[in-house]
Design a binder for this molecule. Sequence first.
Ligand code: S3P
Length: 449
Amino acid sequence: MSAHGAPIPMTSHPCTALQGTAHVPGDKSISHRSLILGAMAVGETVITGLLEGDDVLDTGKAMRAFGADVQRDDDGTWHVRGVGVGGFAEPTNVIDCGNSGTGVRLIMGAMATTPITATFTGDASLNKRPMARVTDPLALFGTQTVGRSGGRLPMTLVGAAEPTPVRYTTPVPSAQVKSAVLLAGLNAPGQTVVIEKEATRDHTERMLAGFGAEITTEETSDGHVITLTGQPELKPQTIAVPRDPSSAAFPICAALIVPGSDVLVPGIGLNPTRAGLFYTLQEMNADLTFENMREEGGEPVADLRARYSPEMRGIDVPPERAASMIDEYPILSVVAANATGKTMMTGVKELRVKESDRIEAMATGLRAAGVTVDDGPDWWSVEGCGAGQVTGGMTAASHLDHRIAMSFLILGMAAKAPVAVDDGGPIATSFPIFEGLMAELGADLRRDA
Ligand code: S3P
């Protein structure tokens, strides 16, 4: 089933050269944070380029339920009138975060130190995902939680009436966990400290500083030590959301594997905590170049050009790069299947607790498509078949996971026989214009009756 309705079976037929310019939508991580921080500021935050995917729209609805005024103009500009740190009202209904782990975990953090009670739920995918990684540190502030066994949604949080600040070392490399603790720390007096051994995406830190919070990051022998001073007054911002590198990955990787392709993907953020895939592709000998490098809103940005690359080779992707490309392993495995030699991916156990078990989902579909895949708890490897040599001719299960659905549809563009997915519906959570954008470049995607 798709996130919001009946399944949408789709088939991707092998296609000829992909050509043109792909304007991908706004960054999902920054879009969620813009709405949440806007709701915690005093005054009106104005957002352009917001990703209007289901995940972010669900976060917008949640912010309304907590008392913020969230409006969209006809031209796609969003306005959030916030209620201030500690100003969230108690929602009258259950908060449904749909498919979004980022949405639910960040919102739990944002409400955890305000004395209100809220109940959260999601779709079948989200209700399987672990929440203790967030509720454990929130308990240190004094937040109480009751949920299903194994720390699963639906779950009720009772915000701490007298929160104490927290010093917390994240046990898993997760920007969602780090962000939940920092957002909870906003309404605790004194300093909340998060220590992470491996750097994860740092949008929360950058944006909190932009909203006027006092926040510092120090590199120490223990890792990255992030210190936030609680109870600031957050000042509303004007935010231009950059385009999403994780969405850019799909047209870029498609161009690399479809013969004759040449695709430009403009205005992509190259924040080092997000850009790992692009450096990995270059190491694999992909013809991927960064044009017009510039800085926008304090972030490095470039136009990315990808051309058909029949001579890509498998590599070992270093585990320390995993956090900077954690959402890109499914599509990397598709490129790896079209390269020569083995691609080994280690340090990736977090892939098993995403919208689906992404190693399992990709390995099963790739094997059915004729690719040799090996895997263990924390690693997987793909034996390249060589350019255009994947057999295809199968249907993959997308497991309510947008990135699995998109990855298999891209596989079909360069396989010998079409590749189908049982449900393309989840693509709407992060990349609602995927189908039209890829068709415009020359892809042959069909909705099956
Ligand atoms: C995200 C963090 C990552 C990523 C997700 C978005 C964020 O999850 O997979 O798509 O916006 O903070 P983890 O924090 O669980 O690694």
